[in-house]
Design a protein around this ligand. Structure first.
Ligand SMILES: [Zn+2]
Length: 221
């Protein structure tokens, strides 16, 4: 169209159709934007265990929302007592509530608590994992199992998965550039329609690869 001229009706219709089609198809103009976050040690808690720790019917308070929609860091914290009576205070609870309580530690945390070993597991895969004593303001919870090192994972939408050509449960690689450049080889793909593209690692992994000063982060098959 010439500068200064009004677009014709058919030109307007074409533009509108393109915009609407793009919206409906969920298409993007560029590649997905990759976020990488380090998760500090934390606890996910069940309804029953929250009752025990904070009192019957207690509700978590949102401190700040996390990158994944609906997830949040709560204001509430607990004290974690590991083997040999060593403890970590101010262990943050993350919401929303889960069907089973779970404590995610970096290996450094596990060592300082006195654990000989804490297995690397995907979230929710807790059978045979070590337990802990957890102290809240209302009561003490004896957690029989549920302490894990979280396996590194990439949250993504079905559109992101299509972009990378991966399926639920696939393993991908994450290259973190910079002075401590590192490639992680076992990043588990977790697809959910509500997810934003986001790799989660623990604080040991983030320290090892210098995540805070990383350049050129790349996720690939
Ligand atoms: Zn995650």
């Amino acid at each position: 169209m010439a500068t200064g001229a009004l677009p014709s009706r058919s030109q307007v219709e074409t533009i509108v159709r393109q915009v609407v089609t793009a919206r409906l198809a969920g298409t993007r103009t560029g590649p997905p934007v990759l976020a990488v976050h380090a998760s500090a040690r934390h606890m996910h808690v069940s309804r029953e265990d929250l009752d025990r720790l904070f009192g019957p019917g207690y509700e978590l308070t949102v401190d700040r929302p996390l990158h994944q929609p609906g997830n949040f860091a709560a204001k509430e914290t607990v004290t974690l007592i590991g083997p040999r009576s060593r403890l970590i205070s101010n262990l943050r609870i993350l919401g929303p509530l889960r069907s089973r309580s779970q404590i995610e530690l970096a290996f450094t945390d596990a060592v300082s608590l006195g654990y000989d070993d804490v297995p690397i597991r995907l979230s929710g895969n807790l059978d045979g994992t070590p337990g802990a004593l957890v102290m809240g303001p209302h009561g003490v919870l004896e957690l029989g199992e549920g302490v894990i090192r979280a396996a590194m994972h990439a949250h993504m939408s079905p559109a992101d998965a299509a972009h990378y050509g991966v399926r639920q449960g696939d393993l991908m690689k994450l290259r973190v550039g910079g002075d401590a450049a590192t490639t992680f080889e076992r990043v588990h793909v977790r697809i959910d329609p509500s997810s934003r593209l986001d790799v989660h690692m623990d604080t040991d992994e983030a320290n090892a690869c210098g995540l805070a000063h990383a350049r050129q982060i790349e996720l690939f098959k």
